[in-house]
Design a binder for this molecule. Structure first.
Ligand SMILES: Nc1ncnc2c1ncn2[C@@H]1O[C@H](COP(=O)(O)OP(=O)(O)OP(=O)(O)O)[C@@H](O)[C@H]1O
Ligand SMILES: [Mg+2]
Length: 302
């Protein structure tokens, strides 16, 4: 039986179980130059279904550039980008979406004053009746949004409330449920926990795991090795535009991951720079070895 349906976003909804050993998205030696600025170089990445692939890296490491290539916002200027084993080059995010690659940006594209259910269907509204009297099927949209949020374990008291009144974490969760509903196979999350407190981050991590359990390949961008390690199956650390570490969960410990993120040599360079600034006591800065100990998360502040 191969009856295929098309999701409202146009993504092909598959009824076969995806091959767990075949990457949905793959980068081979991919890179991106903005004019003569080389933001990304020689990057290899594989995103498998039912796995959370974490991309870590400091500010300016190239994380956003990497996901912009995959989400169709920018094009790679070197190497290869494959979807389902076929080389692709997207010119718009719409083309990525058609292949089932959905992106949740940090500054979520929502209309704050519109109700939750309306935002859930924003741009892909359900309609009823024949043209020219076709109109929005409000009841069906409310019911579906409610069901889909519940399916993901997200319980909101009132879907009529403006989405602007939800917490940042809840909004991320609605965006995740929306991507799942519209048939995403790959879900890209750009620093979804960066602006959240500890508890809300935990909630978002829970839905990242829920999306993974639904069979999606999740790309989770974060600065925070602790958050990554809580849900990650695979870890890729970017430094200055190149992939410094590519390891599966059994190949790397949280300590090693934290150490990679902290970057001893860069800390030494920073100390040197700061030593030339009056009023900064560089001796107070942590040593590299201190950085491997769990630290209070800088992303934990709201
Ligand atoms: N549109 C652009 N034009 C020129 N240079 C850019 C552009 N976008 C990014 N860059 C440069 O590419 C490098 C990587 O940037 P990118 O935004 O991918 O980093 P990031 O890892 O997402 O950082 P952050 O953690 O701050 O979000 C940086 O040096 C940045 O200045
Ligand atoms: Mg970024």
């Amino acid at each position: 039986m191969t009856s295929k349906e098309t999701g409202t976003h146009g993504a092909v909804l598959q009824d076969e179980v995806p091959d767990k050993d075949a990457p949905i998205v793959e980068l081979r030696g991919a890179g991106k130059a903005y004019g003569n600025i080389r933001a990304l170089h020689g990057v290899d990445l594989k995103v498998f279904p039912s796995q959370v692939t974490c991309v870590l890296g400091d500010n300016g490491a190239g994380k956003s550039t990497l996901i912009k290539i995959i989400s169709g916002l920018h094009q790679h200027t070197e190497g290869e980008f494959l979807v389902d084993g076929t080389p692709v080059r997207f010119s718009t995010p719409r083309e990525a979406l058609d292949k089932g690659i959905a992106t949740v940006y940090q500054d979520l594209a929502v209309v704050p004053l519109m109700p939750v259910w309306r935002n859930f269907f924003l741009g892909s509204e359900m309609t009823k009746g024949p043209w020219p009297v076709r109109r929005l099927d409000i009841e069906k949209m409310k019911k579906t949004a409610d069901e889909e949020l519940r399916n993901m374990g997200i319980v909101l008291d009132d879907l009529e409330q403006p989405i602007g009144t939800l917490s940042g974490g809840q909004r991320q969760c609605v965006a995740i449920a929306r991507a799942v509903y519209f048939g995403a196979r790959v879900l890209i999350l750009d620093e979804p926990t960066a602006a959240l407190g500890v508890k809300q981050s935990g909630v978002v991590l829970k839905y990242i795991a829920a999306a993974r359990d639904r069979g999606l390949g999740v790309i989770f961008i974060t600065h925070n090795p602790h958050h990554a390690y809580m849900v990650g199956d695979h870890f890729s650390v970017l430094r200055l535009g190149t992939m410094e570490l590519n390891a599966s969960r059994d190949e790397v410990s949280l300590e090693e991951l934290t150490n990679h993120m902290a970057g001893g040599t860069e800390l030494a360079a920073l100390k040197h720079e700061l030593s030339q600034v009056r009023g900064v006591d560089v001796e107070e800065l942590p040593e590299e070895s201190d950085l491997t100990a769990p630290v209070a998360s800088s992303e934990g502040k709201s």
